[in-house]
Design a protein around this ligand. Structure first.
Ligand SMILES: Cc1cc2nc3c(=O)[nH]c(=O)nc-3n(C[C@H](O)[C@H](O)[C@H](O)COP(=O)(O)OP(=O)(O)OC[C@H]3O[C@@H](n4cnc5c(N)ncnc54)[C@H](O)[C@@H]3O)c2cc1C
Length: 496
């Protein structure tokens, strides 16, 4: 680590050590480290008088390895994210992530209780959105992202990686102060640091956001996500055809996602459900859990459920029964017609996911909540990643949003430097906030609609949903538009 090295900007004064930075990032997870890396790779400081001095404070001890870790013999880890090509480009870790990506060319989405089936294919997406990748996206482990970024950052002498340290105090500042002062503690030593811009990338329970009284709005979804790694059945003869697909089946309690990993023999599960069901799933023995997973995933689209139960129908006069049956048949015919049209258009039919033979390691469960900071910026402060917003993982967009925040903030800092202005100036921070809040709110609204649409069991709504899903699947331009949005850069940027 170079954190204790003598920088040109380290002053030993009477009392505590003092460090001076341009950008000080609290939180060296994926979003915070990606911001530091982007500030370097995008040549942000090119027009600055001196190189940008960047510090990252991270409570977890992190070791730096100059050798790229091999994945040989390694079982994939479930703490992994589905990232879009734009996000992978923001990370800029092509060689460090080589062989560590679970790429997918197809996304297959279907429902438990109806005929709705949707396929996004990489051919639906423009080459501009695919960047240099030949896939809709890729699943990458958190540890590979973070260690790749820290290894890359450790080679830059103007980046100070301070691990095993946490922020203890932030001095309240006003818009006229020319720096923000923080105190952090490392090995029981208190160190003062000054920065032109303090970035909170310290996760959903952000110390910076809470200490500065930046309030949030939100609610719990009343759902938990059970995550784990699974091994595929090597006897599954169709294994090859089923690879490079991100599967997601929606149940009223939430979706189950089966995602590829860097090793074709393994997949990752994200199963969102009620807290009671999550406790039951984590306490099942592994054979029972695997059986439940296979049962849940090995069923394709079904017929629509009856609008009214046979008991209710038996109490209705015959003309009304005929009318209900007629509506059911009409709904089913529309769905069948759209499914036929889709198969003629895209030649994609339902793919049965790979059979799962075992669970590898532990199953973890996380509470799911929506949380949104009312302000993303304050005097000399900006929030990025989960510190700014936390969303349901059903669309796999949380870190994609966080990386787009990092990209946008790096551009705003560059704009400030290029125009010879202060990087902590509200002029540029306000641009960042306006862009990123718009993108996050749009994403949250979209996810909320999906959550509501797929959690209903009200039959007429289920009919409409199935028809809607199959309509999108069959209407190629609409499907392509949605596919481009799904793999896009988590919100178009006016700073592009
Ligand atoms: C089940 C599940 C599945 C998900 N799947 C996906 C997916 O497929 N795709 C996707 O894009 N997103 C996904 N997400 C969302 C994703 O996990 C988060 O959006 C992402 O991890 C946020 O990254 P971050 O760097 O902002 O925060 P974090 O990863 O939480 O990192 C915060 C960092 O700050 C540090 N820190 C904490 N306190 C302090 C402090 N006081 N001072 C300094 N540092 C501190 C922490 O140690 C940590 O390193 C999923 C989330 C869940 C729950």
């Amino acid at each position: 680590l170079n954190s204790e090295s003598l920088f040109g900007f380290l002053y030993i004064m009477s009392g505590p050590k003092r460090l001076v930075y341009d950008v000080l990032i609290s939180g060296g997870g994926a979003a915070g480290s990606a911001l530091a890396h982007r500030l370097i790779t995008a040549n942000v400081a090119r027009n600055a008088i001196s190189p940008l001095r960047i510090g990252i404070i991270e409570p977890q001890e992190r070791s730096i390895s100059k050798d790229i870790e091999s994945t040989q013999g390694r079982i994939p880890n479930a703490r992994a994210y589905a990232l879009s090509p734009s996000s992978l480009e923001t990370l800029g870790l092509n060689s460090a992530l080589k062989g560590k990506l679970g790429e997918y060319e197809v996304m297959q989405i279907w429902e438990q209780n109806g005929p709705g089936l949707l396929h996004f294919n990489k051919d639906d997406v423009s080459t501009a959105e695919l960047k240099s990748y030949n896939a809709l996206g890729a699943v990458v482990e958190d540890r590979d992202i973070v260690s790749g970024l820290w290894d890359a950052l450790s080679t830059h002498e103007n980046v100070d990686l301070i691990s095993g340290a946490s922020l203890k105090h932030i001095e309240k500042i006003s818009r006229t102060d020319d720096s923000v002062k923080v105190v952090y503690e490392k090995s029981e030593e208190k160190i003062e640091a000054f920065a032109k811009l303090l970035v909170a990338a310290d996760g959903g329970n952000s110390f910076v956001r809470n200490t500065l009284g930046m309030s949030t709005i939100g609610f719990g979804y009343g759902r938990r996500a059970v995550i784990c790694t699974v091994k595929f059945d090597s006897k599954d003869s169709m294994h090859e055809y089923k690879r490079r697909v991100a599967y997601q089946r929606f149940f009223p309690n939430g979706p189950i996602a089966l995602l590829p990993t860097f090793n074709d023999d393994y997949g990752n599960i994200v199963w969102s459900t009620t807290p009671e069901e999550a406790s039951r799933l984590t306490s099942l023995d592994s054979t029972e859990f695997v059986d439940e997973l296979n049962d849940a995933l090995q069923t394709g689209p079904t017929l629509s459920p009856p609008i009214l139960s046979s008991e209710t129908l038996s109490r209705l006069p015959p003309p009304l029964v005929d009318a209900v049956r007629g509506v059911e048949m009409l709904g089913q015919s529309i769905s069948n017609g759209l499914a036929l049209a889709s198969s003629m258009n895209s030649a994609e039919t339902f793919r049965f996911p790979p059979m799962i033979s075992s669970v590898e390691g532990r199953r973890f469960a996380f509470d799911l909540k929506l949380q949104h900071a009312k302000k993303y910026v304050g005097p000399r402060v900006a929030l990025i990643g989960d510190a700014a917003h936390t969303i349901h993982p059903m669309a796999g967009q949380g870190l994609n949003l966080g990386l787009a925040d990092a990209e946008c903030l790096a551009k705003c800092i560059k704009m400030a430097i290029d125009s010879g202005m202060d990087i902590g100036s509200s002029t540029f921070l306000d641009i960042y906030e306006s862009e990123r809040q718009k993108a996050a709110v749009a994403m949250m609204a979209g996810i909320q609609c999906l959550h509501a649409a797929f959690s209903t069991e009200f039959s007429p709504a289920v009919y409409l949903r199935s028809i809607g899903v199959n309509f999108v699947n069959s209407a190629t331009p609409l499907r392509q538009t949605l596919a481009n949005v799904a793999v896009g850069n988590a919100g178009a940027s006016v700073t592009n």
